[in-house]
Design a binder for this molecule. Sequence first.
Ligand code: GLU
Length: 543
Amino acid sequence: MDYKALAERLLPGEYPALESYEVKYPPRDLPKGAQVTRLAPSPTGFIHLGNLFAAIANERIAHQSGGILYLRIEDTDLKRKVDGAVEAVKSALRYFDIKFDEGAEIDGDNTYAPWYQRQRAEIYRAFVKRLIEEGRAYPCFCTEEELTALREEQTAKKEITGYYGKYARCRNLSEEEIYQNLDAGKPFVIRLKSMGNPENKIKFRDAIKGEITVTENDQDVVILKSDGIPTYHFAHAIDDHFMRTTLVIRGEEWLASLPIHIELFDVLGFERPRYGHNCSLMKQDGETRRKLSKRKDPELSLEFYRKEGYYARAVKVYMLTLLNSNFEEWYLKNPEKPLDEFKFTAEKMSKSGTLFDIDKLNDISKNELSKLSAEEMYDFLKDWADEFGSESQRHSFDDREKMLKVLTLCMGIGGKKRRKDFTTASQAMEFIRYFFERPASYEEYRVDAATKKAILEGFLAKYDPADDSQVWFAKIKEIAAENGFAAEMKEYKAAPEAYKGSVADVAEVLRIATTGKANTPDLYSIQQILGEDETRARIGAQL
Ligand code: GLU
C-alpha cells in the first residue's frame, strides 16, 4: 500500500514539518526538578470536588518545585461544551486560591499556546498524517449502526467491546476498497493501528499508586474524528508533549485509558510525562461506600461551596487532610501557617478510595472561622453576600460599625471563649439575621400570656439604655421578683415549687421578644447594639 499517497488523499495539503513544532514549543527553561503540571478540564460547566482535588495536588507540586501550572481546555467534544464554562472553572478555582501561571484566559506566557484544543487542529492533523504515512493509522468507514451492532455482538458473546483485532474490520481494507469508499464520499475517521497485545503486561510506575501492572492496548482507537477534530486521547498526548508537561495528577477514572495513552506516546515517539492517578472521593451511604454522584450529592459540585459560603481555607484544609496522609499532623503543629508551607508529595497521596465526610468539613469550617477577627469575618461575609445574599443581607453591611459589633459579640471575641457557631457564610448570615430584621417568627414562650405581658411591660417601664449590664440585670431580677420568679438561681434551686420559675425564665421571655430565639449571645449586648428605639419597638410588638 502506498501510505504516503493515502495520507495525502486523507489529509491533503502541506503541513509544517513535525520537527518545526519541537522548535516552536521548545523544552522549558526551568530549574532542575521543576514540575510542569496542568489542569485540562472539558468545558462542560460542571466543576467538582474531584477537579479541586487534582487541582490542589497539581498546583502544590508545580509551585513547590518552582515549576508551572497551566490551564488547557479540552474542547474536542462540542456536544458537551457550555458557554461561560472557562470562566466558571477559573473562578471556582480562584476561590480556592489555585493560581495558574499560563493557559486559557490566563495572563501569562503564551509560548505554548493555543490553550484550547480546537485551536490546535493543525498540529494534531500534521501528526495524524505522519502516522498514516507510516502505516500506523488508517481510515475507518464503519457507520454508527455498524459499530452499535458490533458492540451488541461482542456483549452477547461476553467479549471485550471495541474496535480491535479481528473486529477491526477497516484495518484490513485493501487499497482498492479504501479508494472506492473515498470516491463514494463515505465519511471516515482515522484510527490508530494498534500493535499491542493484551497478553502482554507492562509494569508502570504511577506517581501515586506506585508500581502497577497495565495490560497492553490493542484497541484501534479513533484518533481523528470525521470532522477533522482529534479525540481527547490523541490531543492530550500531543499537548502534554508540546506543552512540556512533566507530571499529570488526574482522577483514577483515567486509569482504564492508560494503556491507550502509553501506546500513543510510544507511536508518536514522545517521552511520557509521569502520571499519578488519584483515588475517587467516596461517600458513606448507610452501610455502603459509593462514589460521590453528580445526581445525588450536591456537595460534589464546587458551586455548592460557593453558594453556601464555605470558607475557602477550611475546604482546602479538609482537602489537604484527605490528600496527604501527613498533613493533619503538620497542621496541628502549624495551625497559623500559610498552607503553602506544607510540603506536599504525590507519594503521600492515598492509593485507594477516600471518604469524604461533610460533617468533618463542617467541624473544620467552624474551627477555621473561629480564628478570624471581626474585620476578617466582615470581609468574608460581605464578599459572599455581595454575590449570593438577599438584598437585606447585603444592606446589613452598610453600617460597618454595627456589623463589627454584631460579629464581635456572636463570635465571642474578647470573651472567655471564642464561639464556634458559624459553619458557612449563609448559615452565619441566618444566625445574625435578627440584628438587622425583625424576627419573622418566634420560638415558643414558656410562660402563660398574662405573665409574658407583665414581664414585657415591667421591662419597658424600667428599661434605660444608659444602664450598664449590672444595673440592667438587677432590673431583670426585680421584674422576676415582682412576678413570682426567683431573682437568684440558688433561691430557685432550694425551693423550685415556691416559684413560677427563675430569673433565667424571665430573661428568656425578653430574649424571645427581642430576637425571636430562646438561645442567643448576651441579651444586654444585643439590646445595646439594637439601640433603644428598636429594642422598645420589638418588645412592644410582643405585648
Ligand atoms: N479532559 C479530561 C477531563 O475532562 C482531562 C483528563 C486528563 O487530565 O488527562 O477530565
